[in-house]
Design a protein around this ligand. Structure first.
Ligand code: NDP
Length: 447
C-alpha cells in the first residue's frame, strides 16, 4: 500500500500504460514507494509531474535483427534500445543478450539505470538495450554476424554525446569488439567514446572489466565499516560466475574474505576450502564451459544441480547473476544462517519480499542501484579517458573506483539519515538518485 495517494495513482497509470511488463512495474514501485517524504518536502516535483515524466522513456527503439547461422539458415531476433533519461548526460547503460529479453526487462533495467547513474554523481543519463539472442552455444562467427546486424540498425541512434552502450549479461569483450567494429565501419568514425567495456588495446579502460564486482565488494566493505566491521575473514557466497561474480570473488579474496560458493543457471559449486578463482576464470572466460566442470579439477568440491546457493551458510551474500534470483524463502534462510550483509552485484536480484525482510532485519543491505554502480562509473571514466585520448594505470583507475564507491555509500547513507531512515540504503539510493534527476528536469523546463 502506498501512503501517498498521488504515488498510488502514478503506479496504477504505469501498470495500465505498460501492460504485462512485470519487471518494469516492480522496478518503478520500488523507487516511487520511497518518494512520499520527498514530495512533501518538494511540492514542485508533484506540480511539474516529475515522477510521471520519469516513468515514460524519452525514446524506445525496437527493431528486427536478421542474420544467417553457420548452417546457412536465416535467423530473426528482436533488438531493443530504451533511451530513458538524458537530463544528466548521454544515455548510458549496457546491452543484454539473453533469450529472456523483452521490452519489460529492458525497461526495468533502463529505469534502474537512471537512478544508479545519478547516485554516482557523474554526467550520465540512463538507458538500456539488448536482444533475445542467445550467444550460448553459438560460434564466434555467428556471434559476429549477429552483432554486425544488430549494430547496422543501432548505430544511427548512438553517439558519444547521445547514447553510449556497454556490456551486460551475454555481452562481454568479444561482443563489444564486434559491435564497435561495425559501428566504426557504418559511420567511418573512430569514435571510441561511443561504447564502453572495450579492450584496453583499442581504447578501453583498465579496471572496467573488474569494476562492477570490485565496486560491489568496496560498497559492502563500506557498509560493514559503518558498523565497525569489514569483509576480512568473512565467509561469503557469490551467485553467478560471469563478469560481475568473478571479479567480486577476486576482490573478496584480496581483502581476506573466504568465498565458498558460486553458481550458474544450472547449478551451484560449494567448495568449503575456498573457490579457486583461476579454475572459474579458465572455465568461464576462456573455455566458455559450465560451472559443473569445476569438480573435474577440485574433487573435494560439491556440485549441486539445480541447487539454491542461498542455502549455503554465509555471513556475506552477493547476488551477482540476475533479477529476482533471491526470493523471500532464500532471504529467510540467509538470515537464519547468520548472514549480516547482502550486496547486490546484479540488478534487482532480490524480490520485493526478500528486500523487505533484509531491511526489517536491520542487516547491511546494499541494493544494486548503489552497490553495483562501480561498473557504470568506470565506464564514465573510460569515456573521460577517450575524450582526452589518455589511458590511466590500473592502480590509479582502481583508486578512482574505490573513491567513487565510498562517495556512493556516503551519499546513500547521509540521504537515508536526512529522511529519517538511518541505515536504509534502499531509501538512501532511491531518494538521492531521484532528487538529482528531478532538479535537472525542473531546470530544463517541460521537455
Ligand atoms: P554475465 O553474462 O557475464 O554472467 C551472468 C551470470 O549469471 C552467469 O553465471 C549466468 O549463468 C548467470 N545467470 C544469467 N541468467 C540467469 C538466470 N536466469 N538464472 C540463473 N543464473 C543466471 O553477466 P554479468 O556478470 O555482466 O551480469 C550479471 C548481473 O549484473 C546482471 O544482473 C547485470 O544486469 C548486472 N550488472 C552487470 C554489470 C556489468 O558491468 N557487467 C554492471 C551492473 C550490473 P549462465 O552462464 O548459466 O547463464
Amino acid at each position: 500500500m502506498h501512503a501517498d495517494p498521488r504515488i498510488a495513482k502514478i503506479y496504477e497509470q504505469v501498470v495500465r500504460r505498460n501492460a504485462g511488463e512485470i519487471e518494469f512495474h516492480q522496478a518503478v514501485k520500488e523507487v516511487i514507494d520511497c518518494l512520499g517524504p520527498v514530495l512533501k518536502k518538494h511540492p514542485q516535483y508533484a506540480d511539474q509531474k516529475v515522477i510521471e515524466r520519469i516513468c515514460e522513456p524519452e525514446r524506445q527503439i525496437i527493431f528486427r535483427v536478421p542474420w544467417v547461422d553457420d548452417r546457412g539458415e536465416v535467423q530473426i531476433n528482436r533488438g531493443f534500445r530504451v533511451q530513458f533519461s538524458s537530463v544528466l548526460g548521454p544515455y548510458k547503460g549496457g546491452l543484454r543478450f539473453h533469450p529472456s529479453v523483452y521490452l519489460g526487462i529492458i525497461k526495468f533495467l533502463g529505469f534502474e539505470q537512471i537512478f544508479k547513474n545519478a547516485v554516482t554523481g557523474m554526467p550520465i543519463g540512463g538507458g538500456k538495450g539488448g536482444s533475445d539472442f542467445d550467444p550460448k552455444g553459438r560460434s564466434d562467427a555467428e556471434v559476429m554476424r549477429f552483432c554486425q546486424s544488430f549494430m547496422t540498425e543501432m548505430h544511427r541512434h548512438l553517439g558519444e554525446y547521445t547514447d553510449v552502450p556497454a556490456g551486460d549479461i551475454g555481452v562481454g569483450a568479444r561482443e563489444i569488439g564486434f559491435l564497435f567494429g561495425q559501428y566504426k565501419r557504418m559511420t567511418n568514425r573512430y569514435e571510441s567514446g561511443v561504447i564502453t567495456g572495450k579492450s584496453p588495446q583499442w581504447g578501453g579502460a583498465l579496471v572496467r572489466r573488474e569494476a562492477t564486482g570490485y565496486g560491489c565488494v568496496f560498497f559492502v566493505d563500506e557498509m560493514l565499516k559503518a558498523r565497525g566491521k569489514s569483509v576480512e575473514g568473512m565467509k561469503c557466497v557469490v551467485s553467478g560466475s560471469g563478469n560481475v561474480a568473478i571479479y567480486a570473488i577476486e576482490k573478496l579474496e584480496q581483502l581476506g574474505a573466504h568465498v565458498v560458493a558460486c553458481s550458474d543457471s544450472n547449478g551451484v559449486i560449494h567448495d568449503p576450502q575456498g573457490i579457486r578463482l583461476d579454475t572459474v576464470k579458465r572455465l568461464k572466460e576462456v573455455e566458455r564451459r559450465r560451472i559443473r566442470d569445476y569438480t573435474e579439477a577440485h574433487r573435494e568440491a560439491r556440485y549441486i544441480e539445480g541447487g539454491c546457493i542461498w542455502d549455503i551458510p554465509c555471513q556475506v551474500a552477493l547476488p551477482c547473476a540476475t533479477e529476482n534470483e533471491l526470493d523471500e524463502r532464500a532471504a529467510r534462510t540467509l538470515l537464519a544462517n547468520g548472514c549480516i550483509a547482502v550486496g547486490e552485484g546484479a540488478n534487482m536480484p532480490s524480490t520485493p519480499g526478500a528486500v523487505k525482510l533484509f531491511v526489517d532485519s536491520g542487516i547491511a543491505y546494499g541494493p544494486g542501484k548503489a552497490a553495483n554502480g562501480g561498473g557504470v562509473s568506470t565506464s564514465a571514466l573510460e569515456m573521460q579517458q577517450n575524450a582526452s585520448r589518455d589511458a590511466w594505470t590500473f592502480e590509479f583507475s582502481e583508486q578512482r573506483l574505490h573513491e567513487i564507491m565510498r562517495n556512493i555509500h556516503r551519499n546513500c547513507y547521509e540521504t537515508a539519515e536526512a529522511y529519517g531512515s538511518p541505515g536504509n540504503y534502499v531509501i538512501g539510493a532511491n531518494i538521492a538518485g531521484f532528487k538529482r534527476v528531478a532538479e535537472a528536469m525542473l531546470a530544463f523546463g517541460v521537455i
